[in-house]
Design a protein around this ligand. Structure first.
Ligand code: PMP
Length: 367
């Protein structure tokens, strides 16, 4: 039976229907073995098969070179805000790192890194998180241990359409909210991490992809569960991993593969986001997206309703009307207000069309 509700949530977010059905089918007895994945030992042969399958699908879909390790860790994207400096800030003697701060998530990451070393924000502080400062204006520090950025700022809808050039300094990216939404050249990065609960699964597991030569530089105060060298050598099994979340990720990766991989996801995501941005652009300011056109996110489309700063009463009405049509979780993040439509991989073209149709009707009724 098809679900009627359309979930535009920013994460945890919609999962493909076929994945949920598969998980339901296997819930009580995985692959005929008589127990649930929830009940399995993480050291059993059955779980090992799940873990290895998930890793090999990920390697295939993201095209991960052999000199990179893949880990499935707990602690979420926020856990990685600490794990990155704890593992990498000691790469060079100066104990400093460069940060691009283009929204809430990179700002939080930079604050966390300040606990462990010197943080250099490479561009003038942004008044509002609506654009990416021109790379020509960045002052990168050649002796920084790494350069950190957030590829897609989920709250503000600001997405990089290019990979920052760091002149040989290790590049670290938070791809939590646009992982596998488009092809990526992993070889340009020292480290990529992504929480699963937006594009590749459910909460509980965070993927870390790290170049092998960066392992083994952790600070002595690094908690062992966050130590990349330990976790990489133990194949993410130093302690009990988030088994069920890894299993769900495996199912989602299979679904991505069956649907054409990252290139196909990118085509669809372009189509979906353009559909919504086109309506915003053609609305004569009734809908307003504050983000510069060069860095509008394909994953999270934020907009105000009514006038530039938004008309809160009208936005409430917009949300109530959406909810009546079964479209939920469209409220913008509490720090920015307004509306936010998250269009992750599992959100279909039809789902997006339903929102587009509603936006056009709402505009007609209220302009
Ligand atoms: N980075 C980004 C880009 C995010 O969107 C989020 C969560 N929305 C996080 C990090 C933090 O993830 P978590 O809640 O899993 O710690």
């Amino acid at each position: 039976e098809q679900k009627q509700t359309i979930n535009f949530g920013a994460g945890p977010a919609k999962l493909p229907q076929s994945v949920l059905l598969q998980a339901q089918k296997e819930f009580l007895s995985y692959s005929g073995i008589g127990i649930s994945v929830l009940e399995m030992s993480h050291r059993s042969a059955d779980f090992n098969k799940i873990l290895n399958k998930t890793e090999s699908l990920l390697r295939e879909l993201v095209n991960i070179p052999d000199n990179y390790k893949v880990m499935f860790l707990q602690g979420g994207g926020s856990g990685q805000f600490s794990a990155v400096p704890l593992n990498l800030i000691g790469l060079k003697e100066g104990m400093c790192a460069d940060y691009l701060v283009t929204g809430t998530w990179s700002s939080k990451a930079a604050k966390e890194a300040e606990k462990y070393g010197k943080v250099n924000v490479v561009h003038p502080k942004l008044e509002s998180y609506t654009k990416i400062p021109d790379p020509g204006s960045w002052t990168l520090n050649p002796s920084a241990s790494y350069v950190y950025y957030c590829c897609n700022e989920t709250v503000h809808g600001v997405e990089f359409s290019f990979t920052p050039e760091t002149n040989g300094v290790v590049l670290v990216a938070d791809m939590s909210s646009n992982f596998l939404s488009r092809p990526v050249d992993v070889s340009k990065f020292g480290l990529i991490f992504a929480g699963a609960q937006k594009n590749v699964g459910c909460a509980g597991v965070t993927v870390v992809i790290v170049r092998e030569d960066l392992l083994g530089h952790a600070l002595k105060e690094c908690p062992i569960v966050l130590d990349y060298k330990v976790q990489a050598e133990m194949n993410s099994l130093y302690n009990t991993p988030p088994c069920f979340s890894i299993y769900i990720m495996g199912l989602v990766l299979e679904w991505i593969k069956n649907n054409g991989g990252s290139a196909a996801m990118e085509m669809l995501n372009k189509q979906k986001s353009s559909m919504i941005y086109d309506i915003i652009n053609a609305s004569n300011g009734f809908y307003e997206c504050p983000v510069d056109v060069t860095c509008r996110s394909r994953m999270n489309v934020p907009f105000r309703v009514g006038k530039k700063e938004g008309d809160e009463a009208l936005e409430k009405e917009f949300l109530a009307g959406a909810s009546k049509r079964g479209m939920i979780s469209l409220k913008g993040h509490r720090s920015v207000g307004g509306i936010r439509a998250s269009l992750y991989n599992a959100v279909t073209l039809e789902d997006t069309e339903a929102l587009a149709t509603y936006m056009k009707e709402f505009l007609k009724e209220h302009q």
